[in-house]
Write a new protein. Structure first.
Lengths: 409, 141
């Protein structure tokens, strides 16, 4: 294990004060903070190596290209991806999912085909499939979630059949913290000849991953949620699938030969990297992966699992509170509602104490409807959060109950 | 807590916890549902008109104290108003919420002044008013 108080020093923003209070940042599911090592990598690129990649032959271009490609190898290895050729840089998870829904969905889906998703999907793994379904006549089906927030796997087995062409599932719910059995779903998908897409936005930053063992065909995640910069994410896809697919965006770099009336495509992964990519950000993501590997994903996961359990237990002790999601098999994320204080009001009151949490529908409106709520408050933890911060959160939640309660009497 | 008391005034909390004119109107002349896509808060506003004046104004909704209190205040404010007057009231309220007009100091609405400092919450305050405006526009068609 690492010393959390030591590694907090790597994150300059954690020194920040909100008014007179020290910042307590508990909105990590939205985006994580960045360590000095990542910020330095961005600076170093711009100060010493900045050039466009792949095309020019001058020194800077060679250096920038080498750093960019080294990042690809690092991220592929971090995810346990069987083949770095399938590792495509995107703007983030959303773009990665859209890539699959457009480039695979539009070409491969037919009327009568089905795409099976879950009730817990983030809008980014739902709306692209709605668009693909409208364009192709395919149909969307949904694996229900049970009361405790876990997937109804029996229903999943009934839903999936020969008409199923793709199963898409959020690996870790951004609302509930549930870890979904995506390996079982991948097996189910493959048993009927369908493909498996995993939304890893909330798993890659927290859980040691081995995509080879997970057995999925596509996996997406975002750099900014795993101590990397914004504007960079990845799609990993099985190379043989990516070869068959149409390109997503057309433009420079993704082509081999261009004629006025047609073009041929570049090799993987470049076929899917049109135009100038987020070069500095990709290099920053490489530094982020180095940072996470330095601490060790097993240690990070252990730290968060413990902190998550501690927070779940502590928050449940608040009188009248409803905490969502399963008791076990969850990440360091707690969604809750106080009956007296709307989540929006709660986060406003916590902000006065320097505590940043999220409130709202978390881009998962179908799930919120399933839970029968319009908004929840969500505290999400990361490798640098402490039990002391959880205690501060719980104290502030108690005080907000008192603050609102004072008006009732 | 001082900053909070400027935002969560006694008046806001009173309208939030004891909302005026809350409930549905069946077959109302005006009915409009609006969702704040940012946060999921929702409101439905209803009104009946007779001789060109709003004789009943009601709302239903789920949301934060600011959105619900503001909806409650709106129903009191728009009662008895004609279409044109209601439109003018709504426009004036919007101007207040972006600091372009003064709040009427002696009225409940003045309690919403503190919200201006929190741009993300201004949308909460204007939710019901925007719904009513959309409802008025529907009626004119």
């Amino acid at each position: 294990m690492y010393d959390v108080n030591e590694i907090r020093k790597d994150f300059p923003i954690l020194e920040r004060r909100i008014g007179e209070r020290r910042l307590i940042y508990l909105d990590n599911a939205a985006t994580s903070q960045k360590p000095r090592q990542v910020l330095d990598a961005l600076d170093e690129h711009y100060e010493a190596h900045n050039a466009n990649i792949h095309r020019a032959v001058h020194r800077l271009a060679e250096e920038a290209t080498a750093a960019y490609e080294a990042s690809r190898e690092k991220v592929a290895s971090f995810l346990g991806a069987p083949d770095a050729r399938g590792l495509i840089f995107t703007r983030g998870t959303t773009e990665a999912m859209n890539l699959v829904a457009y480039a695979w969905g539009r070409r491969s889906l037919r009327e009568g085909d089905e795409v099976v998703l879950t009730e817990a999907e983030h809008h980014s793994n739902l709306v692209p499939w709605q668009l693909a379904a409208q364009a192709t006549g395919a149909r969307l089906r949904f694996i229900p979630i049970r009361e405790d927030g876990t997937l109804d796997m029996e229903e999943a087995e009934r839903l999936v059949g020969p008409q199923t062409k793709m199963i898409g599932c959020i690996h870790v719910s951004n609302v509930l913290g549930t870890i979904n059995p995506v390996d079982e779903l991948a097996e189910l998908a493959h048993s009927v000849g369908a493909l498996m897409l995993v939304d890893g936005a909330q798993s890659a930053p927290h859980i040691p991953l081995d995509l080879a063992a997970l057995g999925c065909d596509f996996f997406a995640c975002s750099g900014h949620k795993m101590v990397g910069p914004t504007g960079i994410g990845v799609l990993w896809g099985r190379p043989e699938m990516l070869e068959e697919m149409d390109p997503f965006l057309g433009g420079g770099e993704m082509i081999r030969e261009v004629y006025p009336d047609h073009s041929t495509w570049n090799d993987l992964p470049y076929k899917f990297e049109a135009g100038t990519m987020s070069i500095a950000q990709a290099i920053g993501l490489g530094a982020a992966v180095d940072y996470l590997n330095g601490l060790g994903m097993e240690s990070i996961w252990e730290h968060e699992r413990r902190l998550g359990e501690y927070a779940y237990e502590k928050i449940r002790e608040v009188e009248g509170i409803t905490v969502y999601g399963p008791e076990k098999n969850r990440t360091g994320l707690v969604s809750f509602i106080l009956p007296e204080v709307h989540p929006h009001d709660l986060s406003q009151i916590l902000d006065q104490e320097g505590i940043a949490i999220r409130s709202g529908h978390h881009c998962a409106q179908p799930l919120m409807r399933r839970l029968g709520v319009t908004a929840t408050a969500r505290a999400s933890f990361y490798l640098y959060n402490t039990e002391e911060e959880v205690d501060m959160l719980v104290g502030a939640v108690e005080r907000s109950r008192e603050f609102f309660g004072a008006f009732t009497s | 807590m001082n900053m909070l008391r400027e935002l969560y005034t006694q008046t806001i909390m009173d309208h939030y916890q004891r909302p005026r004119n809350r409930g549905a109107l069946a077959d109302a002349d005006l009915e409009e549902h609006l969702l704040n896509p940012l946060c999921g808060d929702e409101v439905t506003v209803y009104a009946n008109f007779r001789d060109g004046k709003a004789t009943e104004v009601k709302f239903e909704g789920r949301g934060c104290s600011i959105s619900q209190a503001s909806a409650s205040m709106m129903t009191e404010r728009l009662l008895g108003k004609s279409h044109g007057e209601a439109e003018a009231e709504i426009e004036q309220f919007r101007a207040m919420m972006v600091g372009k007009e003064d709040f009427p100091e002696t009225e409940d609405l003045a309690a919403l002044k503190g919200v201006i400092q929190y741009p993300s919450r201004v949308k909460c305050a204007t939710l019901a008013w925007t719904a009513f405006q959309k409802g008025l526009e529907q009626q004119e068609v």
